[in-house]
Design a protein around this ligand. Sequence first.
Ligand SMILES: Cc1cc2nc3c(=O)[nH]c(=O)nc-3n(C[C@H](O)[C@H](O)[C@H](O)COP(=O)(O)O)c2cc1C
Length: 281
Amino acid sequence: MNIPFPVKETIDSRRSARSYKLTAVDRDIISSIKDFVNSMEVTFEHNVEIRFFNADPTKTLYPLMISPPDNIAFMSETDIISISKVGFVGELLVLFAQSKGISTCWYGHYKLSELERLMPHLRSADDFKEANMGYGYSKGITTGRRAICITPIGYYDDSGLRLMDRMTNKKFSFKRKKIEELLENQNDYKNLSEDVLYALDLGRKAPSAANAQMWRFAFEDDFKTITIAMPVGYKHFKWEHPNVDIGICASHVWLGLIDKGYDPQVTVSDDSGRAVWRIGI
Ligand SMILES: Cc1cc2nc3c(=O)[nH]c(=O)nc-3n(C[C@H](O)[C@H](O)[C@H](O)COP(=O)(O)O)c2cc1C
């Protein structure tokens, strides 16, 4: 498997950007992102569609942020497995963009009516009502294909940082739990190989909504299979779709193993309302 960017360096340098220059992304870079999407090889079936759209800086799409011209919507069905695959596939795009000097930020909460105006994608007024809180795709159960998350793609602009962001140095904060805290069974730590620890270290650096880091790691098959899932019954009071984040984390672990020369097999299944990713080496 050939990953067209340096895995660790790209993951270590990515941060969510919430301030962008209002200039369009170089067309060659947009083409390279499109080529990457079309040639992306993952070892599981998926139905995730990446849709590019332009935003209007005078209208609110992202809360508290002016939209840069170029943006992407990650589209899929809304069952648990499909939205988790959005995380996995979408994060590969995010990292590829990062390696080209393009900033991103996953947004689960965006103004749905403005997205629909810019990029009509809902089937009916009922689709819109299902997401009746106005932000994001849904607070409850929905049907059909939808934009699950969106991201701006553009050039980071630190002169536009809000005072609060400067004071808290938000752009560069990278607070993450330690691997030990993310193991379902802490006693497993001593049995993990250097390569598995390398992959889990990249996994723990994944972005998650409100930086909740709801992923937990466990092992099967004499430590030859890593499982990644949220705890049974996990709920976050602000983010309704944490299985997206689990897919993001799984993509980092997968990339870490590829970086160490493995050809990891990936499956994802629904277990107690959670997406459970299994990555076998
Ligand atoms: C699925 C998902 C949804 C997110 N939704 C939002 C959002 O609606 N608004 C926002 O400002 N940030 C959002 N974020 C960005 C997270 O807050 C950010 O990834 C996290 O705080 C970690 O910071 P980092 O990405 O800079 O490492 C989202 C991230 C993920 C993975």
